[in-house]
Structure formats: structure tokens, C-alpha cells
Ligand binder design. Structure first.
Ligand SMILES: [Zn+2]
Length: 270
């Protein structure tokens, strides 16, 4: 039974991660981490992909078909399954996660900071501006680790999406932010490893040089997946492409909670 931190970096492209996340790639190179390429779900939009990552189900089935579908998830998710199994859940994430798993629509005062054992995301720290600093998102996540020792923690920074949509996925601004996120992970990982966490790092979708996502091109669709287990060897760069729908059952399997029947893709052999 592992504890899991999932860092879902918004608009983190597979190739840009490989080029600019040299801490994570160091762990890959030294076979402390296992790296995959993820074939992201369509549509390559944020809210549908958040739901796909957390339910393991495609958009036509989970029904969150666009960013404008504002309602609670109707599918079993990592949060709901872990919560039902008596595990502690937490998130430092954009307000759309609060809307998918806790309450919809988002109330920027009531829902900004929640500690409620009855909610699927029991300890939530939610932001609602797209330019919210990644540093604050990571620090809030790190504070949740120390305060509540959650079994499942989602950390969702989105400056990569914000800068990618303004300057493009080839820009200095976007690439630099990818490295900043890598640096934050490099700082945080030793403590998280000591606390026994398995770390997964992935993206919801990519972003093109033309500042676009929402299409089907590889730069919009291909995101990385790094899996780092505490005090254990990894397999390096596997060169394997996995489905984004495999992430939810993989996290459930790591947590040791039942994988719901709706998650039909097999867990990734990490
Ligand atoms: Zn996104």
C-alpha cells in the first residue's frame, strides 16, 4: 500500500519535459525513475483530461466533453475510491478539480480552502486564476503533506498552460517554466521520498508552437509520465507509449484500493 503524489502539470509536453526537466531526466538516466510517453485523450482540453486522468474513462463516457461542462463527476475516480476505502485525500489544484469532485459551481470563498472528511477531496487548496504562481501551488501541496500526510495528493500547477497559451510551446517563457517546475520537484522529492511517497509526474495535454491545444497533433496530445518509487530502482526510459486512461487504475493499484470496473485499462507495470 503506497502513498501517491500525482503532479499533473498543465500543458506539459512530452518532448519539452525531456528537454527541460533535467532533475527528472537525471532520475531516468540513473534508473531511479521509469519514464513513459502518454497518448493523451481527446479532446485535448483541460477539464475533459482532468476527468480522464482521474476516472480512467474517455470523454464520451465520462461526459465532461468540454471545459464548459461544469458539474460533479459521475464516475468513480481516484478521489472517490480512495475516500471510500478510508484513505486520506488532498489536492493543491485549480478550482475545476473542486467542481469535478467536491462541489459545483465553485465558490471562491467557501471552497478555496476545505478540510472536510466527508468530501472526496478531504483537504483541498484551490485557486481560481490561471496565472496563479506555481510556487504557491507546490508549497501548498508540500504543506498538505506535512500537515495531513495524505495517502493521495494531487498537485496541479498551471503556469505552463498559461505561458504556453500566451507565448507558445517553443517559447522561452514556456520552456523556462518547465524547468522551474522541475526545480521545485528536485527540492521537494527528498522529503517526499523519506515520507514514503511514490511520485508520478504527467500532463493533461500538450501545447503547440502556435499557442494552441484542443487539436489532435502530437504536440497537443503527447505528455510524459515519470514514476518514481521511494528508495527503489526504476526502469529508466522504457520507450513505451501508454494510454492516459491507464493512470487512474495505476494510482488505485499503487494505493491498494479496489480498481473500479469502469477503469477498464490495465494498470501500468511501473
Ligand atoms: Zn490543461
Amino acid at each position: 500500500m503506497a502513498k501517491v503524489i500525482l503532479v499533473l502539470s498543465d500543458a506539459l509536453r512530452d518532448d519539452r519535459a525531456a528537454e527541460h526537466m533535467s532533475f527528472l531526466e537525471h532520475l531516468v538516466e540513473t534508473r531511479r525513475a521509469t519514464r513513459y510517453k502518454v497518448r493523451g485523450e481527446l479532446p485535448t482540453m483541460s477539464r475533459p483530461c482532468y476527468e480522464a486522468v482521474h476516472t480512467g474513462v474517455a470523454a464520451m463516457e465520462h461526459g465532461i466533453t468540454s471545459n464548459h461542462v461544469v458539474r460533479l463527476s459521475r464516475m468513480p475516480s481516484i478521489f472517490s475510491v480512495a475516500h471510500a476505502a478510508g484513505r486520506v485525500t488532498a489536492a493543491s489544484a485549480y478550482c475545476w478539480f473542486s467542481e469535478l469532485y467536491n462541489r459545483a459551481p465553485f465558490d471562491m470563498v467557501d471552497d478555496r480552502e476545505v478540510d472536510d472528511p466527508a468530501l472526496p477531496i478531504q483537504h483541498g487548496r484551490f485557486y481560481n486564476t490561471d496565472d496563479y504562481p506555481d510556487f504557491e501551488v507546490f508549497t501548498a501541496g508540500a504543506a498538505l503533506v506535512r500537515k495531513f500526510a495524505p495517502d493521495y495528493l494531487l498537485i496541479h500547477p498551471m503556469a505552463t498552460d498559461y505561458l504556453g497559451e500566451r507565448h507558445g510551446g517553443d517559447s522561452y517563457e514556456y520552456r523556462h517554466q518547465v524547468t522551474i517546475q522541475d526545480n521545485m520537484l528536485a527540492s521537494a522529492w527528498p522529503e517526499w521520498e523519506a515520507r514514503g511517497y511514490t511520485l508520478l509526474v504527467t500532463g493533461d495535454h500538450g501545447i503547440g508552437p502556435d499557442r494552441l491545444h484542443g487539436g489532435t497533433r502530437p504536440d497537443m496530445r503527447e505528455v510524459p509520465l515519470y514514476v518514481i518509487a521511494p528508495h527503489a530502482a526504476g526502469r529508466g526510459n522504457t520507450g513505451i507509449t501508454v494510454s492516459q486512461l491507464q493512470i487512474a487504475p495505476t494510482v488505485c493499484a499503487l494505493l491498494g484500493v479496489p480498481v473500479p470496473l469502469t477503469m477498464q485499462q490495465p494498470p501500468i507495470a511501473a
